[in-house]
Design a protein around this ligand. Structure first.
Ligand SMILES: [Zn+2]
Length: 141
């Protein structure tokens, strides 16, 4: 066992392996498979740490710098829609909106939330037009 770099758990693991196979004669089967290199390898792999799943993909919002899940439909911080991530004009407009004085931004956020509540999934495209109109309303105010 030492030559194969096996610990004492190998014997009980092998015994369980043999019992689960339900051989006619367990002692003969045990003796037959005890030094099988494939089973020794299987035992070693059994305790190897499984590879960690990759971390969830995130992205840094180009407007507010908030790091959030890349799968999010919009930035939870500044509401930049995923659709506008690569639209430099929309990003610039949103940056300006994001830097509005707190009072005006609060009013904007309230109108934004109200608009989202009124927008159904079916008129999502129309809703985007309304969101653009709302942004233009507050643009450079
Ligand atoms: Zn953001």
């Amino acid at each position: 066992m030492a030559s194969n770099d096996l610990d004492s758990g190998f014997v009980s693991w092998m015994y369980e392996f043999c019992v689960n196979r339900k051989p006619d004669r367990i002692d003969g089967f045990f003796y037959k498979v005890f030094f099988d290199p494939r089973l020794i390898e299987q035992y070693k792999n059994f305790f190897e740490v499984k590879e960690q799943p990759p971390p969830a993909k995130t992205l840094r919002c180009p407007v507010c710098g908030f790091e959030h899940e890349a799968s999010a439909l919009s930035c939870p911080q500044c509401h930049l829609s995923k659709d506008y991530l690569h639209d430099s004009e929309a990003v610039e407009r949103r940056k300006w909106l994001y830097s509005m004085p707190a009072e005006i931004r609060k009013a904007y956020d309230q109108e934004y939330d109200k608009l989202l509540d009124e927008t159904t999934f079916n008129d999502l495209v129309a809703g985007k037009g309304k969101l653009d109109a709302l942004e233009r309303k507050y643009w450079r105010r």
